[in-house]
Design a protein around this ligand. Structure first.
Ligand SMILES: NC(=O)C1=CN([C@@H]2O[C@H](COP(=O)(O)OP(=O)(O)OC[C@H]3O[C@@H](n4cnc5c(N)ncnc54)[C@H](O)[C@@H]3O)[C@@H](O)[C@H]2O)C=CC1
Ligand SMILES: CC(C)CC(=O)C(=O)O
Ligand SMILES: [Mg+2]
Length: 354
């Protein structure tokens, strides 16, 4: 298994170090893994003058899977837009065709009190958010800033989805729903946005191929509210790039912290990029405070989705569960009575539990 390792920026290198230590336990036991490190985002710009340098492109294209920390940081915010770290992330997603972003919002029972909601509202929470990742307003053309016919400056982006893009993500979501509770909620803003009215129409058409799945539709503003009111009404949610980005950050807090939310970004051939759902957290970068569990759990998703190694995935997930059961907590999920640990100490504990 050839794995491209992209630590990225901010807390990226700190959380990545811990995830690699966990994978190294499996490697020491004989799992054939090769790690090749490359810079992405601000690190790519610093090393090669581009957030997705050719050096990194080559390594990622040749790898079986990519493990990513996070990109971005205030020191890059004044760069020309195409050179900013976040553009490197968009570029790698597009380059590798990673259109299906799976973000599981799963509550570890040990974190019931860390959730923003009451324990009884979140007990047993297990939602799979399926977010389309290579279309929508993040990629639509034209985009930019200009002076309009009235002489005013304006910014503009284009929200666009092709039929093929909606069909393929809908098939992924229905496929996942078939393996779960056969319940799918498609989230849109079809009351005002043509793009998402079109999205809804295509999802309804794809549904004909999955008669066993109970399909529902919800406007994104209501969905944001319902996630807080009664999150367990959802099993699988499917939505576009920007709505999925926002709703998944929101859902993360139901599980205790954004530091717990893993993700897989898959293409047609299940080559995957695995990364925590959060960003580079500049406010805590370099302080050994970050929660590495979302990245460690993303490595577990890599074992499951790209390498079809369910045993290795469960092994990592069980190690995390054991560490939480033993009371170890980074600051973001800390509660009185627990043992507060740093990022690297959390890694120590997961490695020991493995
Ligand atoms: N996939 C990626 O690489 C992403 C990159 N970004 C970039 O990251 C930078 C910071 O963005 P923000 O909006 O502040 O979002 P963020 O997710 O980096 O941070 C939001 C808040 O969550 C906390 N947080 C995030 N991850 C954590 C962890 N593992 N453990 C403990 N606390 C954690 C941070 O300390 C901060 O208070 C920006 O440059 C942004 O563009 C943002 C989202 C995704
Ligand atoms: C930084 C953005 C491009 C991405 C993002 O926020 C995400 O994928 O969660
Ligand atoms: Mg995001």
């Amino acid at each position: 298994m050839k794995i491209a390792v992209l630590p990225g920026d901010g807390i990226g290198p700190e959380i990545m170090t811990q995830a690699i230590r966990v994978l190294d336990v499996l490697r020491a036991e004989g799992l054939d893994m090769e790690f090749v490190e490359a810079p992405l985002g601000g690190a790519g710009y610093d090393a090669y003058g581009h957030p997705y340098p050719e050096f990194t492109q080559k390594i990622c294209r040749e790898a079986d899977a990519v493990l990513l920390g996070a990109v971005g940081g205030p020191q890059y915010d004044t760069l020309d837009r195409p050179l900013r770290p976040e553009r490197g992330l968009l570029a790698i997603r597009k380059d590798l065709g990673l259109f299906a972003n799976l973000r599981p919002a799963v509550l570890f029972p040990e974190l019931a009190n860390a959730s923003t909601l009451k324990p009884e509202v979140v007990a047993g929470l297990d939602i799979m958010i399926v977010r389309e990742l290579t279309g929508d307003v993040y990629f639509g053309q034209p985009r930019g800033m200009r002076v309009n016919e009235n002489g005013e400056r304006e910014g503009f982006n284009t929200m666009v989805y092709t039929e093929a893009e909606v069909r393929r993500i809908a098939h992924v979501a229905f496929g996942i729903a078939m393996k779960r509770q056969k319940k799918l909620c498609s989230v849109d803003k079809a009351n005002v946005l043509e793009t998402t009215e079109f999205w809804k129409e295509i999802v309804i058409d794809v549904a004909k191929e999955y008669p066993e799945v109970e399909l529902s539709h919800m406007y994104v503003d209501n969905a944001a509210m319902q996630l807080i009111r009664n999150p367990k009404q959802f099993d699988v949610m499917v939505t576009g790039n920007i709505f999925g980005d926002i709703l998944s950050d929101e859902a993360s807090m139901l599980t205790g912290s954004i530091g717990m939310l893993a993700s897989a970004s898959l293409n047609e051939s299940k080559k995957g990029l695995y990364e925590p759902s959060h960003g580079s957290a500049p406010d805590i970068a370099g302080k050994n405070l970050a929660n590495p569990l979302a990245t460690i759990l993303s490595a577990a998703m890599m074992m499951r989705y790209t390498f079809n190694n369910e045993a290795a995935a469960v092994r990592i997930e069980n190690a995390v569960k054991k560490v939480l059961a033993a009371g170890y907590r980074t600051g973001d999920i800390f509660e009185p009575g627990m043992t507060r640990v740093s990022c690297s100490e959390m890694g120590d504990q997961v490695v020991a539990a493995m």
